[in-house]
Design a protein around this ligand. Sequence first.
Ligand SMILES: NC(=O)c1ccc[n+]([C@@H]2O[C@H](COP(=O)([O-])OP(=O)(O)OC[C@H]3O[C@@H](n4cnc5c(N)ncnc54)[C@H](OP(=O)(O)O)[C@@H]3O)[C@@H](O)[C@H]2O)c1
Length: 254
Amino acid sequence: MNDAFGRPQSMVVLAGTSEIARAVVRRTVADRCRTVVLAGRNPTTLAEAAAEAVAAGADDVPTLLFDAGDPTGARDAVDRCFAAAGGEVDVVLVAVGELGDQSVDETDPERTAAMLTVNFTWPAAAMVAAAARLRTQGHGRLVVLSSVAGVRVRRANFVYGSSKAGLDAFSVGLGEALRGSGAGVMVVRPGFVRTKMTLGRPEAPFATTADVVAEAITDGLASGAEVVWAPGALRWVFAVLKNLPATIWRRLPG
Ligand SMILES: NC(=O)c1ccc[n+]([C@@H]2O[C@H](COP(=O)([O-])OP(=O)(O)OC[C@H]3O[C@@H](n4cnc5c(N)ncnc54)[C@H](OP(=O)(O)O)[C@@H]3O)[C@@H](O)[C@H]2O)c1
């Protein structure tokens, strides 16, 4: 249960090695969240992330393995995470994602399917499993990392962008379905964030850091926000970009 100030006491992270997720964990643990469970695909980097959370003040941080390439394992991954957290969870952070290689992903059907699975199908299945647990608890927030890339999909990265568009729409819908249950969804729409995902790629305008996104997320949790943009100015930038005529949108750099 959140503490008397509405701060989460327990958190499950699906993709605990994500740099954005690690920044969120550092902030929530500093704010006295003690129970943290990290799930991911790489035991070595998961152990590093767990050690970082313990050093920040979390209790023992269990780590669990899952592969987002296999959506049939999503329910099991979520069940194992809740069990490791002791049964009840205040925040489930869904950070799994892959930027991919657009030139391959738009021409190789297996890669197209793999991208949509990791970025959309697995997270959506995991969110349904987690939502059922939160609904039963009667409290808790699902926080999902969407992207501005899904707000208006670009030719240059339409495979990744469309997977995020799908995930974003799904998450908004799931939030509506949870309304009145005590549980809820917060959709996070970062722009370009300097993490290992974007390493070596040209920066987009309003490029930011994982710490800035983490601050937006913890502020959003505290205020009960349903949608968070990071940095916040992107909300207004995309209100304009979304409505540009296609002929102008196509000519924008990036
Ligand atoms: N960086 C940005 O500019 C940006 C902008 C908007 C939204 N986002 C979204 O924010 C989220 C976190 O991204 P990030 O910037 O923190 O990048 P990141 O550090 O690369 O995080 C991506 C996470 O997804 C995990 N992952 C990828 N494929 C997986 C698979 N098949 N099975 C299990 N886990 C898998 C990665 O595991 P490994 O560590 O083992 O690779 C990593 O934990 C992603 O959903 C991303 O799309 C990022």
